[in-house]
Design a protein around this ligand. Sequence first.
Ligand SMILES: [Zn+2]
Length: 440
Amino acid sequence: MGDGAGLLLAQDEVVGLASELIRIDTTNTGDPATVVGERAAAEWVAEKLAEVGYETTYVESGAKGRGNVVARLAGADRSRGALLVHGHLDVVPADPSEWSVHPFSGAVQDGYVWGRGAVDMKDMVAMSLAVARRFKRDGIVPPRDIVFAFLADEEAGGFFGAKWLVENRPELFEGVTEAISEVGGFSITLKDDARAYLVETAEKGIRWLTLRVRGTAGHGSMIHRDNAVAKLAEAVTKLGNHQFPLVVRPSVREFLDGVTEITGWDFPEEDLEGAVGKLGALSRMIGATLRDTANPTMLSAGYKANVIPSVAQATVDCRILPGREEAFDRELAELLGPDVEREWVGLPPVETTFDGALVDAMAASITAEDPGARVLPYMLSGGTDSKSFQQLGIRNFGFAPLKLPADLDFSGLFHGVDERVPVDALKFGVRVLERFLRNS
Ligand SMILES: [Zn+2]
């Protein structure tokens, strides 16, 4: 990219940035009273941006310490829609006794940066920060405005992060038409040395559903025909055993067709789930994008062995394919009947098409660094802050490029023990990201 000697390149500082950021413990337990470190991390990011000349906006989203930072880099054509590059600063908890290194050490050893957040997603935050700093330091003007946003609370739904900002400070994202962030852009090795990079173009919706059943309270020693616990258990069993219909969305079909072209493997409609097993570790995630799911996760009822309680309730983690929300509701109502009360909080599915200039720029920036690689869309079974940004009409992609070793179980590292990211992958990612942002 025509860089002279002596310049500090983004790839020269990305490893240090990732390691430093991991050392700031930003554990998000989901309970706002115990969240730590988001403010310190946001202030650290703001300082790294201000150091090279950015004006930054620091926002605490409705609660003390829930720090978010936003900065805008002016592009050459200010009439074009801006591109949002966002990343979350919080991480899920980690128990040091289970790890080979301390999860908040940011250790750089054996070719990896280790620690909670290494792949989810302090890697991408460090990459974005390294490119943002490089652009400002060296006066590189991207084709259009880039908005960099570093956010709190993604791991608990973004209620103090993306979701709050979208609802309360939408002007920070004015003019943004497209966005990139986590859980996409990583490589999978399919056959010999044939690599495909997966760009996330869709996400299932989330519903955290509460089921509540009422009955008649009474003494545990009596004959009793209206027991809330028994009725709830029946409803939970029914739902836990239920299989929702197979629905192949375009993002899933395009992914499978791409894999077929690379490997020759067949994914016939009549045994899709069996065929998806060929994908190895990835089959857990891809398999979960073929149907809606409803997994019971919590139960609560009663307070004494000889008292029949009047209420029993359960929590069910439901994940719903794009386009299936109404059908899912109907199916649930039919399955559970009118006596099971249902309440939920959640976030909608996300879906966009895998085409256009931005997608072309992603593919070109990948193949410039990894010639011969394929770039394919895929659907994420989980959720990200994209769900919130979709509310502003923004088109969302998961594109945090990483070239990974063939034998690394990448999806297993998310929220896992010994979370780590290859040093080479970070350097690769930052080169791809810089090329992409210069050409989008
Ligand atoms: Zn994440």
